[in-house]
Design a protein around this ligand. Structure first.
Ligand code: ADP
Ligand code: AMP
Length: 214
């Protein structure tokens, strides 16, 4: 099963992708996580990506598409995969389609987690991330068991640099201008499924599994 998670930044794509990955046994591929790991390891890609991420802008397609095309060609993606945060532009969607077409394959579902902007501002302000393992929490909605510490690895949680209020606003503008058109793109492809992302995490997940099947 090959799934794309669509939705604004902070809509809950990563939270749901993790649950889908566990239930269906397919890898969760987050371009944001890949860029953050590269920044942490101070790679050339990380240095380039950071300039854009810090401003709330998109990393250029040239740096992003090849990365994903290579990743989905790996062995663990044979049964399927979940893309979280990719594609974010029409050229990225075209590059993905072309790469799969060359293998005689296509995406199965594009799930749009629909959340209005005013919810997003609250969610991103309360998001706390683990800089060590990438797990994500919300100080009110989905708190860690011990305040300020990651449930998985015990590291202190942080507010992501790009979750500062000014950057969140910019990221939402970028989403509406460059990523939202993908909703129509995948509607035309016949694989778009919309779920109400304002519900609690468990209800959103139930809506998604009813789309994907047991
Ligand atoms: P995205 O990957 O789309 O940027 P996340 O999955 O990181 O979004 O979720 C953004 C924030 O909202 C996180 O702090 C997360 O814990 C919280 N969150 C995710 N899903 C829900 C939900 N259904 N209800 C309330 N808060 C949520
Ligand atoms: P995310 O973790 O998905 O919220 O992504 C964080 C940041 O990484 C985004 O604001 C972008 O700067 C960058 N990024 C992640 N995925 C992509 C992508 N597919 N295309 C361009 N930039 C991306």
């Amino acid at each position: 099963m090959k799934i794309i998670m669509l939705g604004a930044p902070g809509a809950g794509k990563g939270t749901q992708a993790k649950l889908i990955s566990e239930k269906y046994g397919i890898p969760h591929i987050s371009t944001g996580d890949i860029f953050r790991a590269n920044i942490k390891n101070d790679t050339e890609l990380g240095k380039k990506a950071k300039v854009y991420m810090d401003k709330g802008e998109l990393v250029p397609d040239e740096l992003t598409c090849e990365l994903v095309v290579d990743r989905i060609a790996q062995d663990d993606c044979k049964k399927g995969f979940i893309l979280d945060g990719f594609p974010r532009t029409i050229p990225q969607a075209d590059a993905l389609k072309e790469a799969l077409q060359q293998r005689g394959e296509a995406m199965d579902f594009a799930i749009d987690i629909d959340v209005p902007d005013d919810f997003i501002i609250n969610r991103m302000g309360g998001r706390r991330a683990c800089p060590n393992c990438g797990a994500t929490y919300h100080i009110v909605n989905i708190p860690p068991k011990k305040e300020g510490l990651c449930d998985v690895c015990g590291s202190p949680l942080v507010l992501r640099d790009d979750d500062q209020p000014e950057t969140v606003k910019k990221r939402l503008d970028v989403y509406h201008a460059q990523t939202e058109p993908l909703i129509d793109y995948y509607k035309k492809e016949g694989i778009l499924r919309k779920v109400d992302g304002t519900q609690e995490m468990e209800q959103v997940f139930a809506a998604i599994t009813s789309v994907l099947g047991e």
